[in-house]
Every structure is written in C-alpha cells, then in structure tokens.
Ligand binder design. Sequence first.
Ligand code: 6PG
Length: 234
Amino acid sequence: MSEAPALETFQTRDALSDAAAGALADALRAALAHDGRASLIVTGGSSPGPVYDRLADADLGWDRVTVTLSDDRFVPETSDLSNARLVRERLLQHEASAARFVPLVHGGATPDADAAAAEPEVEALAPFAAVLLGVGEDGHIASLFPGAPGVAEALDPVGPRGVVGVPEARLAPFVPRISLTARLLFRTSLVVVLITGEAKRALVERVRAEPAYDPPVAAVLRQSLAPVRVLWAP
Ligand code: 6PG
C-alpha cells in the first residue's frame, strides 16, 4: 500500500478534459515508441465524453492502438446506456477511427458468460499504456461497487479473475455489468482518475486522510503497481 496521490485541480471542465486527453495521448505515444503498439482502457459515465472528443483528434498512430473498456453495461450497443456506444461515437472518430476496439459485451446469455469470453482477449492486451477511470459518488470504479458480492476479490491485484460479470449494479443505471478487475486494471503505465464536483473531491480527500475508509477507489489510490494521476475540476 502506498500513499494516495494528491488531486491535480483544474478551474474548468474544459481544462480538465484537455489535461486528461493530453495525459492519455502522451502515454499512448510513449508505448508506441517503445513497443510499436499500444492499448488503452477507457471508461463510461458522463465525465469522459469531452476527453474522448479531444483524444480522437490526436495524431499518434491510432492504427497500432487497441481500445477496450474498464466496464460496460450488459445491454446491446444500440442502447443509450452502452459504454461501447459512447466510445464508438465519441472516441473512435477522426484520427482515432483507425484504432481497433475490443468490446466487453458479446451478446452472450449472461454477464458472466460475456466476461469469460472477453477475459483472454483483454488480458492479451496487457500491459496497457493507460487506464482511464471515473469514480461514482459511492466510491465505485469500473463496475466494482462497494459492498457488492465478490468485490474484495475483484479489487485484489492477484485475484483469480481479470474480467467479471456483475449481476446487479448498486447505482443507476441499474443494469447488470461486465467489469475488469484490479488484476488487469493495474497492469498499466498510468491510471488517470477523472473526477468532477465537490462530492467526489471530498470522497478522494477522505481516502487520503482516513486509512480505515475503504471504498473501491481506495484500492486504486493506495496501490503501488501503477502510477496514478487524479484530475479534478468543479
Ligand atoms: C459506468 C462507469 C463508472 C463511471 C463512474 C463515474 O459505466 O458507469 O464506467 O464506473 O466511470 O460511475 O461516472 P460519471 O463520469 O458519470 O461521474
């Protein structure tokens, strides 16, 4: 366990999105220069869309980049709730349209079946150039919710599974999910945690101040396997 990093604060959401897109583009360029290929994990929710709009225009050799998700909702890609749809519509555009996308939802019978199908393909992409995560107001990351069955195991970097089915979400939208676990999320050169608003700032500050306070995001902030930047704007 290491000390949680301090928040990097920005005055506006535009400045926050510029910084996040810049950090992800830099990480991709470094991995491409080093390995000739790179993989990126992005996330869902409402905060990252403007980051994707910016990143889509980055000139960096997207034809050698593979993009996948930290988690998705177990819905068809035509649904407004689909994170894959968000990524296709906001990130895989312009320059980034040349990237390969690996979805987590495969149209299987259950979230668990799709998680098992996705796991080898996602695992083959590790180590990742960068992982983008949001944080819920309950402290969840990806679709790993506080108090959910199996969440402690999913937050253990040496846990047995890299991708899991989450039959029940603990926060809206209340649809089953598929989520990467700590075993894969921390195999990266950089984690960027993107947060907005006073409630999430207070939550992250509380993780920094109170060792006994342990929502899922604490597992990200206190681990020492991957460097973490926490970017915040009001
Ligand atoms: C999802 C996410 C989830 C999200 C947080 C923050 O599919 O819902 O991947 O973990 O990142 O809930 O969401 P906001 O960006 O909407 O605050």
